[in-house]
Design a protein around this ligand. Structure first.
Ligand code: SAM
Ligand code: SF4
Length: 355
């Protein structure tokens, strides 16, 4: 079969979206991502134990990659430039916590200048946003997504391992003041933990004119404690919201959109539901990921990674890197297998892959 010239896979999907992880480190310990706190351990040990076979991995402190293994800004810039020449239009900087990467605004300024990059976004837990906000905007950041799973101070702390609700809410307000609109906010919904807050979080979206996304819990946690019983299906989230609010479906802004979106009939803001577990959207996935240590992942649930850092550091030419990237993307998996007997949770977790 002849390969098209841009970044396409063998299932006819063309890649437009590259997620770049800037670090595997994080200042939070979210229980669906890096559960390390005693509270996280208690929750997982608690009421779902009877359902679990085998037992979840013991929660232990994360081991960060040494700095020498993390891509430099020059390496990231080079890779993004080559990817943009192949049709990547959207870059999302993520992590770990990307705001822990020193001088992030310098990288943003470099990436904002690359021809073909129409959308440059950042996903953050928001705790350090106030310190960097002005510099990021000045550097050319287009958009920002915050993670916010709870509006209750104690529950927020239980979920993230950090007493940071005030800082995150202030960060969201600041991003809006600075015009990084529409400001997106993501909540991972976990049964028995924050599902009682769904309506309250939607109310925040309406009050503050936010694009709020409810995300199903995926098996990418370092504690390997994910269970399907902990997933609140997107349909259930929607039914709960429809019972409380008058919602109008919003038209998809692009065919690869992962969220089903709804606006409030009587107000501002919108909500979206991202249901990768119960309603997979693999058929129109146009994403690839570059991990902080320079590996390409063609799916969140890939069991194989492709080493770009090694090639770059071995001195390969732009033409060779481009050819490698094309060949890798051509082999992108058709879909994930969550919920199927043969499903294997990837070794690396969301914080390492770059969500
Ligand atoms: N630290 C930043 C943050 O939390 O926004 C960026 C990295 S984080 C890995 C990116 C996104 O992945 C966050 O919105 C987070 O809620 C989501 N995430 C992490 N683990 C997840 C899981 N097991 N299932 C679903 N979403 C997850
Ligand atoms: Fe850190 Fe983000 Fe993972 Fe939470 S979701 S532990 S903030 S990387």
């Amino acid at each position: 079969m002849i390969r098209p010239t841009e970044l396409s896979d063998s299932y006819g999907r063309s890649m437009r979206d590259l997620r770049v992880s800037l670090t595997d480190r994080c200042n939070f310990r979210c229980l669906y991502c890096l559960p390390e706190t005693e509270e996280a351990a208690n929750f997982y040990r608690g009421k779902f134990d009877a359902l679990r076979n085998p037992a979840p991995a013991k929660l232990r402190p994360p081991e960060w990659k040494p700095r020498s293994e993390i891509l430099s800004f020059e390496e990231i810039e080079r890779f993004v430039r080559l990817a943009a020449a192949l049709g990547i239009q959207k870059i999302r900087l993520t992590g770990g916590e990307p705001l822990l990467r020193q001088g992030i605004e310098i990288l943003v300024a470099k990436l904002a200048k690359i021809e073909g990059i129409a959308d440059l976004a950042l996903t953050t837990n928001g705790f350090l946003f106030a310190k960097k906000a002005e510099a990021l905007r000045a550097a050319g950041l287009h958009r920002i997504s915050f993670s916010l799973d709870s509006l209750d101070r104690d529950n927020f702390k239980k979920m993230t391992g950090r007493d940071g609700l005030k800082e995150v809410l202030a960060g969201i307000a600041l991003a809006q003041e600075l015009g990084l609109n529409p400001v997106k906010v993501n909540a991972v919904v976990i049964r028995g933990i924050n599902d009682h807050e769904i309506e309250r979080l939607a109310e925040l979206a309406r009050d503050r004119n936010l694009s709020f996304r409810f995300i199903e819990f995926m098996p990418l946690d370092s504690g390997r404690a994910w269970l399907k019983e902990l997933v609140v299906p997107g349909k259930e989230i929607l039914a709960r919201l429809q019972a409380e609010f008058a919602l109008q479906p919003a038209l998809p802004s692009n065919p690869a959109e992962t969220a089903r979106r709804w606006s409030f009939a009587d107000g501002r803001g919108e909500i979206g539901i991202i249901a990768p577990v119960t309603e997979p959207f693999c058929g129109h996935c146009n994403r690839i990921r570059l991990t902080a240590d320079g590996k390409i992942r063609t799916c969140l649930f890939s069991l194989h990674e492709h080493d770009m850092k090694g090639l770059m550091r071995a001195g390969v030419s732009d033409a060779e890197l481009t050819e490698q990237l094309r060949a890798i993307v051509w082999q992108k998996e058709d879909r994930h297998h969550i919920g199927e007997p043969e499903f294997v949770q990837p070794e690396r977790t969301m914080s390492c892959i770059g969500g």
